[in-house]
Design a protein around this ligand. Structure first.
Ligand code: IFM
Length: 738
């Protein structure tokens, strides 16, 4: 794999990399993602046009996101041979991903019976019109050769727990082919159209699950065979007017759609790029991470969140986790507040599911889903890991006990409000979300009459290897923050939306909040400055990572749950206290950050891709740029190297890692650039890695665009479109911005 500033390229084809490259070379537009596979591939090669927000359940299997029929399916034949990477080794092959424009490009040369046949194909998922896909396909040859090209819509798709639709209709009219389907569980309509700009082919409807155009033609060195295809994908209510919408796109034409797509990508990059001078490797890895984030951001009409594996398939059921609010949303709040608002709206729109979950467990308020799909009901199963030894499902407590998820929702929403200075969302359901989450914690809290403090017993913190623990430091601190946010949100609403405030407080009791916030138990650092991860953690076996690995019997065995090798030890799966210190890095002294980083780092397995960035950010904030850099590169390259965990027990968990991608931006900005903020003030105190000559980026802060350039300790800030007086400090010293 070669990398330049804006492209990643492979110059040879290795079949064994098909699964990994499907994620690495993915394109997406938030509405759908198309894996980095080749046009001649089928479901065995894990081709997937993965739909955001469309879910289905077939029988007793897990509900998961739907992979739509594939409208880019294309096969070429010359005589008896299939001109395909699956059938013959190419004499030349190059494929690249242009991350500046979200374009997938390939050129493959095959030698078939002495003739060199070249396939060139470019594709994109329009980020300007989320329904549209473009494919520009050419077959050329060095000698005249008769070829047959079959291109169409392939309804035989890859699923983990499918199939997820039945084909209801196949049609071909005025050069537009369409395949209409309905999902199994809820009969949701989904239609895929294609339009090819040449009508010399024959419509072939003979295959049950495919719809094809067949071109039988002679290709000569002077006259290649070429077509441009536009495809349209629509589901749900939008199916009704989809034909007209697709016809509009055809009228607009392939080239114009592509131009608009490129322009839209340019606009997005203009506000979100981070430029690093002096370190090409870091630059590429960071840009690639941003590319992944941009590709999964909801922008259009869809009402969905970002799945934990982006739009790379059905792993983790296409569900959204705390990953969104704690790892990805900061990037959007600071670069594209409209996307951030959509993410928050998704949680507001799914609060009914969170309320049902709270009730199910006997609590008040809103207990958000650990794995959230379109209704907010929890898609997380109780036995979601299979033991590699017994092949039996193991009980996990992710769903029932990771209560911090509700505090993460509050945090993400309030961060959006604070960073963008937009508070309307509070009157549009945001205040209710905050209130219901805190209310849930209030009902979950444990308190004894003689012990006036609220504690949180029987929980799972971010470190999933230790289940059902008491007073997890991250959980309690996040709950305290949620209660604080609730008080701030009530004050804002009282001031800005008095009528709504009156209605709200007439319906909801707010008397208890102050007492709850003030008397919540938050773990204090011990005499060495260490914050215990949960009650009793220090009493667990003190073993090194190296030694615990000697106890591993199967490389895919799960270290947590009842029998896991980590449960009785101090070994943790992922940043936990360090995750807390990352979030509250300005609330603790450098000494505390340092003591805890040094204490927990040797025990941390980083068994989740969410872990490295927290260690990177805290390391940068204590001035340990060497370790910060190591962990930064680990998080920023996760989808380039593919070095992340692929199996959990027997469960395949591969795909892209948007939380880690978000973690790279967070590290660059909150770690190296040293950006921190509270309600009124933003501070920039950089600690750049030694080899970074400079770093430039933009932040949308309270409606003003701050363009920041850091060169060593020299910080230049330009404010564009100043919306209100901004308090800004650099290394703690106050400056006035015009
Ligand atoms: O949300 C994470 C969790 O913290 C660790 N396991 C994977 C989940 C999805 O990324």
């Amino acid at each position: 794999m070669n990398l330049t500033d804006w492209t990643i390229t492979e110059k040879e084809f290795k079949k064994e990399n098909t699964e990994l490259n499907g994620s690495r070379y993915i394109i997406g537009n938030g509405y759908m993602g198309y894996r980095g596979t080749f046009e001649e591939f089928g479901k065995q090669e894990l081709v997937a046009l993965n739909m955001a927000g469309l879910f289905d359940r077939n029988g007793d299997s897990w509900r998961e996101s739907v992979n739509a029929p594939n409208p880019l399916y294309t096969k070429v034949f010359a005589g008896d041979s299939e001109v395909s990477l699956l059938e013959c080794a190419p004499s030349e092959h190059e494929r690249s991903l242009d991350i500046r424009h979200g374009l997938h490009l390939r050129k493959t040369v095959f030698k078939i019976d002495g003739t060199l046949i070249t396939i060139t194909a470019n594709r994109f998922l329009s980020i300007e019109n989320e329904h549209i896909i473009g494919l520009d396909y050419t077959v050329s040859a060095d000698k005249p050769v008769n070829i047959i090209v079959k291109t169409g819509i392939d309804g035989d798709v890859w699923d983990i727990n499918g199939p997820h639709f039945v084909i209801k209709d196949k049609k071909s009219e005025e050069q537009i082919n369409s395949l209409s389907c309905e999902t199994i569980e809820n009969n949701i309509k989904l239609v895929v159209y294609e339009f090819i700009d040449t009508n010399s082919g024959q419509y072939d409807n003979s295959e049950k699950v495919k719809l094809l155009n067949v071109f039988n033609t002679v290709v000569t060195p002077e006259k290649p065979f070429h077509f441009k295809k536009l495809a349209g994908v629509y589901w749900g209510d939008e199916v009704q007017n989809s034909e007209e919408m697709f016809k509009e796109s055809i009228k607009c034409g392939y080239d114009k759609i592509l131009r608009k797509h490129n322009a839209a990508w340019k606009n997005i990059w203009d506000k979100s790029d981070v430029v690093i001078d002096g370190d090409e490797e870091a630059q590429r890895a960071l840009r690639y991470s941003l590319y992944q984030l941009i590709s999964v951001a909801p922008r259009g009409n869809g009402k969905c969140g970002i799945p934990a594996r982006g739009l790379s398939g059905q792993v983790y059921k296409g569900a959204s986790f705390w990953d969104t609010e704690m790892f990805m949303q900061p990037f959007f709040s600071f670069t594209d507040p409209q996307v951030s608002r959509k993410l928050a709206d998704y949680r507001i729109n799914t609060i009914a599911g969170a309320k049902r979950k709270a009730r199910e467990y006997g609590f008040d308020g809103a207990f958000y889903a650990w794995e959230s799909q379109e209704t907010g009901d929890d898609a997380c199963t109780l036995f979601n890991i299979t033991d590699v030894f017994t092949k039996r499902p193991i009980r996990t407590y992710f769903r029932d006990k990771q209560i911090h998820v509700s505090a993460d929702m509050v945090y993400g929403l309030w961060e959006y409000c604070n960073i963008s200075d937009q508070y309307q969302i509070l009157a549009d359901g945001g205040l209710d979300l905050i209130y219901q989450c805190v209310r849930f914690f209030y009902s979950y809290a444990y308190t004894k009459l003689n012990k006036r403090s609220y504690e949180f017993l029987d929980v799972v913190g971010p470190d999933e290897y230790h289940e059902r623990v008491n007073n997890n430091a991250y959980t309690n601190k996040m709950i305290e923050r949620s209660a604080e946010i609730l008080l701030s949100a009530l004050t804002k609403v009282k001031l800005n939306y008095p009528k709504y405030y009156k209605e709200f407080t007439e319906k909801n009791d707010i008397e208890w909040i102050e007492d709850f916030k003030n008397n919540l138990y938050v773990t204090s650092p011990d005499e060495n400055g260490i914050i215990e991860q949960f009650d009793g953690y220090m009493g667990l076996e003190d073993i090194s990572l190296e030694d615990i690995k000697k106890r591993v019997i199967d490389p895919n065995e799960y270290w947590g749950c009842g029998q896991g090798i980590a449960t009785t030890t101090r070994i943790l799966k992922q940043a936990d206290v360090i995750m807390m210190l990352n979030v509250f890095r300005k609330k603790y002294s450098k000494k505390i950050l340092e003591a805890n980083w040094n204490f927990y780092e040797p025990y941390t397995e980083h068994g989740s891709s969410l872990s490295a960035c927290a260690y990177a950010i805290v390391a940068a904030n204590i001035g340990n740029t060497e370790w910060a850099y190591k962990y930064f590169m680990r998080t920023a390259t996760v989808d380039l190297t593919g070095n992340s965990r692929q199996y959990l027990g027997t469960l395949y968990i591969g795909g892209t890692h948007p939380a880690a991608n978000g973690g790279s931006w967070n590290t660059a900005i909150f770690g190296f650039a040293g950006v921190s903020y509270d309600d009124d003030i933003i501070d920039i105190s950089p600690h750049l890695p030694e080899n970074w000559k400079s770093m430039s980026f933009k932040l949308a802060w309270k409606g003003t665009e701050l363009s920041v350039h850091i060169n060593g300790n020299d910080v230049k800030i330009k404010a564009i479109g100043v919306k209100k007086n901004i308090n800004i400090t650099v290394y703690g010293k106050k400056y006035d911005l015009g």
